[in-house]
Design a protein around this ligand. Structure first.
Ligand SMILES: Cc1ncc(COP(=O)(O)O)c(C=O)c1O
Length: 397
């Protein structure tokens, strides 16, 4: 008998995906071709924003976003400890300072009351911005955060890696899609294989701000501009002779220190193909979540549970359980590979060297003692879901 592995997350590659990538591999452009523009356009349509900039991965998206927002030496930026390290590291890449703020134990998201208390404790101007994370797929209330951010002159960079297709309803009863740029200045997504849209590697920055959009385009490609209206060197210099009235076709200028954070056309083709199934995948995630919600409701071993939340995109399904290590090992024996999201970021040795220590964020640290992410991906069959539920219940029986 072949024993099936059930990981906590998994990509779904179809024949259409393979055909889409193959078509690009046989075409003229491997990178910087028209498929990237098409992917950006379709992604903007899906999310409901004006501009999208596709990049090589979610970490590159965070780095470019913090650069575009102007983070520099010593700038203080707030984020949550319960996230992947990249949400914080991007600030350090720009020589800024990461300031963590604790989570709300009911939502696992950064606690906006704690953020406000932190802002109140410090002179206005101490902090430049905030990076809220839609952890597990649950949307941060960006309307509330915008109101706080406006009072303290903060920019908002929404880490929406877990939440494509997620949303929250604002006070005007408007559905605000994660990453739509209505309340946040910029948002970022990742297309790592466990994410909703799997490109292999890939990322996206979304915004409604044209100035930030143009900055991002330049920073993505070495800080180079090919736009004659922006050139600062003379036409004579560019042409290598006097008397011409236009810059020559080859001419470009590197005006800022940028990077090569481009995505390839074949990754964009895979992204486009995956995007065409995004809603189907999201619906399946919601169905699986409903099955889990129902199965675990009222069970004594469950300490906390994110059940039935409108707008949740269910990148992860997190339980808080007694004897988490025992459950993890028990499930592993059954080839069910759970995971833990996340080890609090402020307790990573790197951030401890930056001065953070145990006890700084009791709610995040307490959450870490009990959390476990159980399998959640659209190609899980009902039998797989039942097998996971049975496995968990039998451990506690
Ligand atoms: C919340 C969050 N932010 C940022 C990233 C970074 O994305 P990538 O792995 O594409 O660099 C991830 C990916 O794991 C993530 O989960």
């Amino acid at each position: 008998m072949i024993i099936k592995n059930i990981p906590y997350g998994k990509q779904n590659i179809t024949q259409e995906d393979i055909d889409a990538v193959t078509k690009i591999l046989k075409g003229d452009f491997l990178t910087q071709g028209p498929t990237i523009l098409e992917f950006e356009k379709q992604f903007s349509n899906y999310i409901g924003c004006k501009y999208s900039v596709a990049v090589s991965n979610g970490t590159a998206a965070l780095h470019l976003a913090t650069l575009a927002l102007g983070v520099k030496n010593g700038d203080k930026v707030i984020t949550t400890p319960i996230t992947f390290a990249a949400s914080a590291n991007c600030v350090k890449y720009c020589d800024g300072e990461v300031v963590f703020s604790d989570i709300d134990p009911n939502t696992y998201l950064i606690d906006l009351a704690e953020v406000e208390a932190l802002l109140l404790k410090n002179p206005k101007g101490t902090f430049k911005g905030i990076i809220p994370v839609n952890f597990a797929g649950r949307a941060v209330d960006l309307e509330k955060l915008r109101e706080i951010a406006n009072r303290y002159d903060l920019w908002i960079l929404e880490d929406a890696c877990h939440s494509p297709g997620g949303y929250f309803i604002d006070s005007k009863k408007v559905k605000q899609n994660c990453g739509n740029g209505f309340y946040a200045d910029l948002a970022i997504f990742s297309f790592h294989p466990v994410k909703h849209n799997a490109n292999g590697e890939g990322g996206m920055i979304t915004t409604n701000d044209e100035i930030l959009y143009n900055k991002l385009l330049e920073l993505r490609t070495h800080g180079i501009t090919k736009s004659p209206s922006k050139f600062t060197n003379s036409i004579d210099f560019a042409c290598g002779k006097e008397g011409e009235i236009n810059y020559p076709g080859w001419y470009m200028e590197m005006q800022n220190l940028g990077f090569n954070y481009r995505i390839t056309d074949f990754q964009a083709a895979l992204g486009l193909s995956q995007l065409s199934r995004a809603n189907v995948g999201l619906e399946r995630r919601k169905q699986i979540a409903q099955k889990y919600n129902y199965a675990f409701q009222g069970e004594a071993f469950i300490k906390g549970q994110s059940c039935s939340i409108e707008g949740h995109a269910y990148h992860l399904y997190v339980l808080e359980v007694e004897n988490r290590l025992g459950l993890y090992n028990y499930l592993k024996q059954k080839n069910i590979f759970a995971q833990v999201h996340y080890i609090p970021c402020h307790l990573m040795p790197y951030y401890k060297e930056n001065g953070w220590k145990e006890g700084d964020f009791p709610k995040s640290e307490n959450y870490y003692k009990f959390c476990i992410s159980i399998p959640m991906f659209p190609t899980m069959s009902d039998e797989d879901v039942d097998f996971v539920i049975k496995g968990i219940k039998s451990f506690y029986a």
